[in-house]
Design a protein. Sequence first.
Length: 274
Amino acid sequence: MRLLHCFALASCTDALAPTTSTTRRKLHLSLADAKSCTDAPTTSTTRRRLLLSTATLAPTSALAADTPAESVRKAASNIPGLGPPDVLFPAAAFKGRWKVQRTVAARTGAVSLLASSPEAESYETRFLDYGDGEHVVIDRAFEAESRARAGAYGPGFEAAKARWEPSNPNVCTLESATGALLELKVTKRSFESPGPGGFGSSEYSRVAVAQGGVAAVPQILARRLQTRYRFDDNASMIEALEIQNVYDPQATGFADLNGAQPVATVKSRLTLSR
């Protein structure tokens, strides 16, 4: 099973475009507005520069193989404020509730909250209707609480409650009984259009952990999560490979993780069954 490659660069933003057509409109509008701050002589010149700069954001090989709509979507995912609002899964294969078995295959680097998950986890996840009749999204609050009970975030968060809204899918917050907080905030994502039997996704996140108390100083980490799924339509089992890279933002910053060395890497195998 090949792993997902060629992902979009992360940048801190909360607004991500919901559809390809909306992305195209926002792309034209945002750069048309920027025209007033430049010395561009004509609207047509600005438009030509926009289209040229957009085209250069996507790899040449991908543009050669993708449809125009797919090329625009991938280009938009590189621009702050644009990109898909959430990872969209095909409803025919993913909709509903699943039992997940997660097994760590390899672990390297320093121990941290995100890199110290158990060698094996058993928890549940579920996928909610996206609203277009074709796709579903992960219920991130349900999964976060289920993983917390399985020990994914340490003993202090085993009984934590999650806050997350499908309308604002980029932020999921866990709060423990003692007031400790764990916030996962997606800053950039990209995913492939699901093909026959599988697809891949990539998400960059800012992770903040603060113990209870007014004077608590949060620990800040950066994370990149790459996942590749393999499935059959209407099948009762889905398999996935996951690579989690954890970064120290004091060394790398959040603006550019391209080429940065992670302080920890965890590779896991996932099996979803009914």
